[in-house]
Design a protein around this ligand. Structure first.
Ligand SMILES: *Cc1c(COP(=O)(O)O)cnc(C)c1O
Length: 457
């Protein structure tokens, strides 16, 4: 047995106090970045031969370093895709850490993986995918998209010897997330775009396919649709696209990293019709399912195809495939080997609160987008660029140039008031700089939105 270190136990108390403060905080500050040399001047050298001591290092964190971060769950953080992990999930993230679980194989992580799978069952049930469909938690949407694309590509290559020497081709729309293009690069596949940032319709996809050269058509193996674009919350015509993929024998991947949480909301569920026909789906619990970073998920209609693509072989790994372990090995279904049981905080929070609370919290995000839409229409300085979609609202400050938006963003950030960033939206042939809200946090209030709009005077 190793000796109990009193200093460490005392430090643990300090850390718990910090965690309690964080979890019970009602008025968090929006931190702002500092230059590296400024941070260096504040904290000095921290990695030394003898160590600077836990208490000292922790104080540096609390006094200086933490303040240079933006807590993603601030109610006036409406930029990018914010987050809002439940208190219960944050708390259990600590438990996940102290439990030291290896989440790759059932043999070592059965208890944790069991819990992850319980949470996954709920997520899969939201999609309405057929019996047998299942998924795993990944580090995020990027890793989930990559895992799905690799599975699709390997499946396609298994169909025909000739495919093994061809470079694959994917079709998606320009509204798709940057990670789709990026991950296609990783698997060395080409990407063609249906030229719309708005909803991708089946007709447009069909004409894109019909316009391919014979060589391109031979190389085409997958279509990626989006279930809630990151920029504007737009959901592609999933049902129509599924029909085409079926007819053309193409893998249909749906990227619902951001929008997937809205599958829980009765008011918008119909917009996702056809999602159940996908071959694979990406959903990020760390976006709209209130999980702490990092937690993505990839779900497959036929998980055995993912296993064919991803299961790692290795002399020292053979024991894990032993029948004695009888279980589900998360490593077999995505790109990572060693992994945190990152679905565990979600499981605890779902178990504690029940799924109805999740529905309500997502509905509140949708409602906040409607409220923002109304406030924008009532305010003479601003106007909607398009009707709010899911929880994304694009609007313009009448008369503002791109640099006015940038200046306004930095001013609000500097004051610790809000983080709202501009984006671009296609207006005819040009891209217009506009402002954007993305609501995730159910604690954001109407008053918060009013104050932000007022700051645009
Ligand atoms: C955020 C997002 C991603 C990337 O997910 P990460 O978790 O940041 O890796 C992919 N696709 C969509 C649609 C997203 O909104």
């Amino acid at each position: 047995m190793h000796k109990i270190d009193i200093e460490l136990v005392e430090m643990t108390m300090d850390v718990m106090k910090y965690a309690i403060n964080r979890i019970s905080e009602t008025n968090p500050k929006i931190g702002k970045p500092k230059k590296e040399e400024e941070l260096r001047a504040l904290v000095g050298e921290t990695i030394t031969e003898k160590g600077i001591g836990g208490e000292f290092a922790f104080n540096l964190w609390k006094e200086h370093l933490m303040k240079a971060n933006v807590p993603i769950d601030h109610p006036r953080h409406l930029a990018f895709v914010p987050a809002s992990p439940t208190r219960a999930s944050i708390m259990f993230d600590l438990v996940t850490s102290v439990s030291s679980i290896h989440g790759a194989y059932w043999m070592e992580g059965a208890g944790g993986i069991f819990c992850e799978n319980e949470a996954m069952k709920w997520i899969v049930s939201l999609t309405g995918m057929p019996e047998g469909a299942f998924g795993v938690f990944t580090s995020g949407g990027t890793a989930a998209n990559l895992s799905a694309i690799v599975t699709a590509r390997e499946y396609w290559r298994s169909l025909d010897e000739q495919n093994k020497v061809e470079k694959g081709l994917i079709i998606t729309s320009i509204g798709a997330h940057s990670s789709v293009k990026s991950m296609a690069k990783v698997v060395d596949a080409d990407v063609l775009f249906v030229e719309t940032e708005d909803k991708m319709y089946a007709d447009a996809l069909q004409s894109k396919i019909d316009g391919l050269t014979p060589n391109q058509r031979k190389r085409l193996f997958a279509v990626v649709g989006t279930g809630g674009t990151t920029n504007a919350g737009i959901i592609d015509d999933l049902d129509g696209i599924a029909t085409i993929c079926e007819k053309e024998s193409l893998w249909f991947h749906i990227d619902a990293a951001y929008g997937g949480g809205a599958l829980a909301a009765d008011s918008v569920r119909h917009l996702f019709n056809g999602v159940e026909k996908a071959d694979s789906i990406t959903i990020d619990p760390h976006k709209w399912m209130f999980s702490p970073y990092d937690c993505g998920a990839v779900i497959y209609k036929q998980p055995e195809l993912a296993k064919k693509a991803h299961a790692q072989e290795g002399a020292y790994l053979d024991i894990f495939k032993d029948e004695g372990a009888h279980g589900f090995n998360p490593t077999d279904y995505q790109i990572q080997l060693t992994r945190r049981v990152r679905g565990l905080p979600l499981w605890f929070s779902l178990a504690m609160h029940g799924t109805d609370r999740y529905k309500e919290a997502v509905e509140r995000g949708l409602e906040l987008a409607q409220i923002a839409g109304r406030l924008i229409e009532e305010n003479p300085n601003v106007e909607l660029v398009r009707t709010p979609s899911l929880s994304c609202v694009l609007y313009r400050r009448i008369g503002w140039k791109p640099e006015d938006y940038t200046h306004w963003t930095y001013e609000n950030h500097k004051k610790g008031f809000a983080l709202v960033t501009p984006t671009k939206w296609k207006n005819g042939d040009t891209f217009e700089t506009v402002s954007r809200f993305c609501f995730i946090n159910p604690d954001t209030t109407e008053k918060d939105i009013e104050m932000i709009l007022d700051s645009m005077k």
